[in-house]
Design a protein around this ligand. Structure first.
Ligand code: CA
Length: 226
């Protein structure tokens, strides 16, 4: 059984989430604040976490930071704040996806299934194939559709690797800059524009209409297989 930890201080929503998840055969643990969420997670490590950002005792991003210290379980953030900065902060802290309140239960369940699929794929499949190119994360090679090696600079490879390892997931500008160039470069968004454009020229069938290296305007980039 897949274990879901639901962290939500609003009793009605917490109950609705638990009922819906249990009806779909998930094992559900609930917490009403950040401290009990972290305690529950360390007692019984969850496979996936649904986390409200606005909690009574601490900010949801602090819960993300606390979990990310030891857990790779996907975290889906519930945010009542429609503004972009909160989502970016949550993604930077290590959240995998977000759903804006009010949301439909079907949408949340679909996001949850997708996050679980991605975390399974990321662990099991070091070779990721699109119709235009194939990335072998273990061998650190890229081949085009006819099987010819594609030459990438070390920086291009590193950027591609981070995106492919986070397959399907939105990776924020800051996280990419931090992982590829280092913490002092976290605001140098133009590096990303330049290097993503280079990767698209080398990898995408039509670089002006990328199908795999996708821009999420104002937030970051996402690698998708199709
Ligand atoms: Ca709340």
């Amino acid at each position: 059984m897949t274990r879901v930890l639901v962290v939500e201080d609003e009793p009605g929503l917490r109950r609705a989430l638990a009922i819906n998840l249990r009806a779909r055969q998930y094992e559900v643990a609930v917490a009403a604040d950040g401290a009990s969420a972290l305690a529950a997670a360390s007692r019984q490590p969850p496979d996936v976490v649904v986390l409200d950002l606005g909690l009574p005792d601490m900010d949801g991003t602090e819960v993300i930071a606390g979990l990310r210290g030891w857990s790779r379980a996907p975290i889906i953030v519930l945010s009542a704040r429609a503004g972009e900065p909160d989502k970016v902060v949550a993604l930077d802290a290590g959240a995998d996806d977000y759903v804006t309140k009010p949301f439909g239960m079907d949408e949340l369940l679909a996001r949850l299934r997708a996050a679980l699929r991605r975390s399974a794929t990321a662990q099991d499949a070091p070779v990721v194939a699109t119709e235009a190119f194939t990335v072998d994360l273990a061998a650190k090679t890229v081949k085009d559709r006819s099987g010819e090696p594609v030459r990438l600079t070390p920086t291009e490879w590193h950027l591609l690797e981070v995106l492919v390892r986070n397959q399907g997931k939105l990776v924020a500008h800051r996280q990419l800059l931090n992982e590829v160039w280092g913490p002092r470069y976290e605001t140098e968004n133009h590096y990303l524009r330049v290097y993503v454009a280079q990767l698209r020229r080398k990898l995408e069938a039509d670089p002006s209409r990328p199908r795999h290296l996708i821009t999420e305007p104002g937030i970051g980039y996402r690698f998708v297989v199709a």
